[in-house]
Design a protein around this ligand. Structure first.
Ligand code: S3P
Length: 174
């Protein structure tokens, strides 16, 4: 049995929605490290980036990722950039089932524009957001690809994605 399930993937890949549904199905608490950072900062991630910069954000993010991954029987959703730092990856992959949620650039773009506050993504705001999104996705691909399980979410319902993750947990204890 994995200690935790950690959901990774780009913004808009469905980590928050799937995380909530999976936590409910398993009866495990959900930790969303971005949400923890927002309450720790007392402001949005966008605002924190503007005032303190990305490096300060990444340090705080690492602390929350390491803390969350030391839990047991939790569903953990981490920000899209979290798996990139080696120390974060070590915590994410340590005895946990790592599930990468993947969606096409089209789907991500659409979801981010439909989400309330979806444009408040500092890595994706400003000029040529779509070009930067494509580049970030390409840069992170080799890290995301290390997940134990990748699920293409474009054409699946939330329940179908959750079914696949639950099957993977069951297979790991069989
Ligand atoms: C980031 C993704 C965001 C958030 C921050 C940085 C990134 O999380 O952690 O804006 O580097 O891709 P989501 O993946 O939940 O959007």
């Amino acid at each position: 049995m994995p200690h935790n399930v950690v959901l990774i993937g780009f913004s808009g890949s469905g980590k928050s929605r799937i995380g909530r549904a999976l936590a409910q199905r398993l009866g495990w608490p959900l930790v969303d490290t971005d949400a923890r950072l927002v309450s720790r900062f007392g402001c949005s991630i966008g605002e924190f980036f503007r005032v303190h910069g990305e490096a300060a954000f990444r340090s705080a993010e690492s602390e929350e990722v390491v803390r969350a991954c030391a839990e047991q029987r939790h569903v953990i959703s981490v920000g899209g950039g979290a798996p990139v730092r080696a120390g974060n990856w070590a915590a994410i992959a340590d005895r946990n089932l790592v599930v990468r949620l993947h969606a096409s650039l089209e789907t991500i773009w659409r979801r981010l524009h439909e989400m309330p506050g979806g444009e408040e993504r500092p890595m994706l705001s400003g000029d040529d957001a779509r070009g930067r999104m494509a580049k970030l996705l390409a840069d992170r691909e080799s890290v995301y690809a290390r997940a134990h399980l990748t699920i293409e979410t474009d054409d699946l319902s939330v329940d179908e994605v959750v079914d696949r993750i639950v099957s993977a947990i069951e297979a790991s204890v069989a």
